[in-house]
Design a protein around this ligand. Structure first.
Ligand code: AMP
Ligand code: MG
Length: 326
């Protein structure tokens, strides 16, 4: 080989080597549109590029099982069937946790709000305020006992029940993405799916610092927490909503009334898993500060910060352990 070619090859190898090392030092940061939201993964480690690719692939796979917008998903199949049917182990796991939170929250969390959600069309271009009679029909037969799970077999108590895992699936999918990152040897990462977050390990030898948005001021930070190997999940009435005659109609429904839940502006949960945090954030949002904090007592190592409808702040007893100076 002639000398210039060898030099060019050496330079190319060096450049390639640098390129492969560089992300290991600074980390990889990537975003993708998934589950109707922006998902961001930040990861540090030698295999971070491949790990992040694999984590996104897993999220895409799971969204296809759990989304009501994918016609062949487990959720769509069960909704379309009169009696239910077999689902994948992953979907069964989501439904099992959802049913547990539904029972413990006295039905404030509900996996069977699909018809109600379709009625309000909050996430569509043209949302509507439905008539009371349509709401009553959409609520008929729903509730914590409307679905039963036996292994991987889901049974519907009513043929017309439509399943909606929107209050929990995103969290579950983030957990699985984190599992994939860990399997690739990643020890430091953050995964954020529109407010459903997991913070793995530490960042530059310190816990991750997470700012929690104020529900009525997009640029103001309500609180800052420091966490490591924890989920931080926020449900708020500012995420998806429309206003009519000065009233805010948002995407978290009180199954008792069929109306957007009125007791909170935002709820942030710190938990071991994002799936649990996701379901609890939605449930506590519906229950309001008093009953919501009661519910959290049933879950060890789980804390909550609630902004109530009247602007008051409510914290679970262990919340301050995580709160950092802003
Ligand atoms: P999140 O942002 O996690 O609070 O979830 C809101 C989503 O959960 C909505 O877009 C609905 O798909 C679904 N949802 C709304 N109300 C409830 C409820 N009471 N229980 C369970 N899921 C709900
Ligand atoms: Mg939720």
């Amino acid at each position: 080989m002639n000398r210039p070619l060898i030099i060019i090859l050496l330079l190319a190898m060096l450049a390639l080597g640098w390129w492969r090392l560089h992300p290991a030092e600074d980390g990889v940061r990537r975003t993708r549109l998934l589950m109707g939201t922006v998902v961001e993964i930040v990861a540090q480690g030698a295999d971070a590029q491949d790990a992040v690719d694999a984590a996104f692939a897993e999220m895409v796979r799971l969204e296809k099982l759990l989304s009501r917008h994918v016609p062949e998903s487990d959720v769509s199949r069960i909704s379309a069937s009169e009696t239910g049917g077999e689902v994948t182990p992953e979907t069964a796991q989501v439904i099992a946790l959802g049913l547990e939170i539904a029972a413990k929250s006295g039905g404030a969390f509900d996996l069977t709000l699909g018809r109600l959600k379709s009625l309000w069309k909050i996430e569509d271009e043209a949302p509507t305020i439905p008539s009371q009679s349509d709401i009553t029909k959409a609520l008929a037969g729903i509730g914590p006992h409307a679905l039963q799970l036996d292994g991987q077999l889901v049974r519907k108590r009513q043929p017309q029940l439509l399943i909606d895992l929107g209050g929990i699936a995103k969290g579950f999918i983030v957990d699985r993405a984190v599992d994939v990152l860990k399997a690739h040897g990643i020890a430091s990462a953050a995964v954020n799916a529109g407010g459903d977050m997991y913070l793995l390990g530490s960042k530059a030898a310190r816990p991750w610092r997470i700012g929690i948005q104020h529900p009525r001021s997009a640029d103001a930070i309500l609180a800052t927490v420091e966490v490591s190997d924890r989920a931080v999940v926020t449900s708020g009435d500012y995420e998806r909503y429309f206003e009519r005659d000065g009233v805010r109609y948002h995407h978290i429904f009180d199954p008792k009334t069929g109306q957007p839940a009125r007791r909170c502006q935002s709820v942030t949960i710190i938990a071991d898993s994002v799936a649990l945090g996701d379901a609890l954030a939605t449930a506590v949002f519906v229950l309001g500060p008093q009953q919501g904090l009661e519910l959290l007592k049933q879950f060890p190592q789980t804390e909550g910060l609630i902004v109530a409808a009247d602007d008051t702040l409510h914290k679970s007893p262990g919340w301050d352990h995580y709160e950092a100076a802003p």
